[in-house]
Design a protein around this ligand. Structure first.
Ligand code: PLP
Length: 424
């Protein structure tokens, strides 16, 4: 038989398929609310002014070359990235018990962390990781059984066989957090289970636990000896404030919850394609950290060998230069602020202007949601989102998630009216 006759054709990636359909559409007022990338008020990708500045500095730096970075990444990048998420005065950093490895953006961090846990985490029975329901759809990809060569010897194939299990997250009626369901799952899961948590701006729901709820979650995780696997792809981008968006992670560290953090600079620095990210694992002491670092290096070596340098240099410059850091914060506020404005305007159009039937409070009513997220779930029926696409040329994923960044002062009225027609 032909060599690859056994390879089935995979379905196209849903988001990229949506983007392709949007591009092919010739309708002048078409709206793309599918892609999870920031757009300015002219619906254009936005290169952050501070990134332009940092790039210029790099361009003029004659001392730079194209040598390999160390396996764990650019030292000044990983150390400043750790301080950004864990806090300037983090005791864990001061005690040298944080292992930080530069990764291929957030996806790479998730993958490396999943691989490390599958090799070394002492599960209690089945190797299961608990994801939220719904979750960012790609999360599942990291946990799909994969065959990969052992780093020691290419002759041995070792399987990592995490399987996702699901934690209820949304209460459909209010589009709020199903906190009771979440806690019940934390309590009923076998001890030492792994829970994937989004540090802020949960994707795709935009629903985050409150401060008090995080405290309860930490209590139960500690009591049940679980492991917190944090994914943080929106620090600063969610509320406009880097520290506020890191609060849950820092609180968990202060409580001594065993955890790791997968960090991405795709959204908050607008460096999507440069693939800048890091994995930070907070361990109990320096001696453990040294052992963990050595094994993460072994895995990294067999996965990507060394991480890419350009984006890491840009971010390191910004994080380590007080002036650039302030400029970055202003750029982040520009992005978060525009999205918050779109939320307010959409809410006003639906409730005051069009008097659209239904309750739209979830767009703005929870302080956390309003300030912390870039997207929310309409609680749509699949057919409604399809009608929006087919009749109004508004492109969104079938679960009704829209990316607020796709709205701007020119298309928001059109979108609100289309939405109004669909739900009437
Ligand atoms: N985690 C979450 C929840 C995300 O939404 C994303 C991107 O959309 C990522 C991780 C990783 O993205 P990237 O690999 O581009 O950093």
């Amino acid at each position: 038989a032909e060599t690859w006759h056994n390879v089935p054709l995979a379905p196209p990636d849903s988001i990229f398929k949506l983007t392709a359909a949007f591009k092919a559409d010739t309708y002048p007022q078409k709206v793309n609310l599918g892609v999870g990338a920031y757009r300015d008020d002219d619906n254009k990708p936005w290169v952050l002014p501070v990134v332009k500045k940092a790039s210029q500095i790099l361009l003029n730096d004659r001392s730079l070359d194209h040598e390999y970075l160390p396996i764990t990444g650019l030292p000044e990048f990983v150390s400043s990235a750790a301080r950004l998420i864990l806090g300037e005065n983090s005791p864990a950093i001061a005690e040298n018990r944080v292992v930080s490895v530069q990764t291929i953006s957030g996806t790479g961090a998730n993958h490396l962390a999943a691989l490390f846990l599958s090799r070394y985490y002492q599960f209690n029975g089945d190797k299961v990781v608990y994801l939220s329901d719904p979750t960012w759809e790609f999360s599942q990809g990291y946990w799909i059984p994969t065959l990969r060569p052992c780093s020691e010897s290419l002759c041995h194939l070792q399987q990592c066989w995490h399987q996702p299990a699901f934690v209820p997250l949304l209460r459909p009626k209010t589009i709020g957090l199903d906190f009771a369901g979440f806690v019940a799952k934390l309590e009923s899961a076998p001890e030492r289970s792994v829970f994937l948590l989004h540090a802020c701006a949960h994707n795709p729901t935009g629903v985050d636990p409150t401060k008090e709820q995080w405290e309860t979650i930490a209590d139960v995780i500690l009591a049940r000896k679980h492991y917190a696997f944090f994914d943080t792809a929106y620090q600063g981008f969610a509320s406009g404030d880097l520290d506020r968006d890191a609060a849950a992670v820092r609180y968990f560290v202060s409580r001594g919850v065993p955890l790791l953090v997968c960090q991405s600079f795709a959204k908050n620095a607008g460096l999507y394609g440069e693939r800048v990210g890091a994995l930070h694992l907070v361990s109990p002491n320096k001696e453990t950290a040294d052992r963990v670092r050595s094994q993460l290096s072994v895995l990294q070596r067999s996965e990507i060998s060394n991480p890419p340098s350009y984006g890491a240099r840009v971010v390191a410059l910004i994080l380590n230069n007080p002036e650039l850091f302030e400029e970055w914060k202003a750029d982040i506020r520009t992005m978060a602020g525009r999205i918050i404005k779109m939320r307010e305007e959409l809410y006003r159009l639906l409730t005051e202007k069009l008097k659209t039937p239904g309750n739209w409070d979830h767009i703005i009513n929870q302080i956390g949601m309003f300030r912390r997220v870039d997207r929310f779930d309409f609680g749509f029926k699949k057919t409604q989102s399809k009608v929006l696409t087919d009749d109004a040329h508004v492109y969104l994923t079938v679960n009704g998630r829209i990316s607020m960044a796709g709205l701007n002062s020119k298309n928001i009225r059109y979108f609100a009216e289309a939405l109004d027609r669909v739900v009437r």
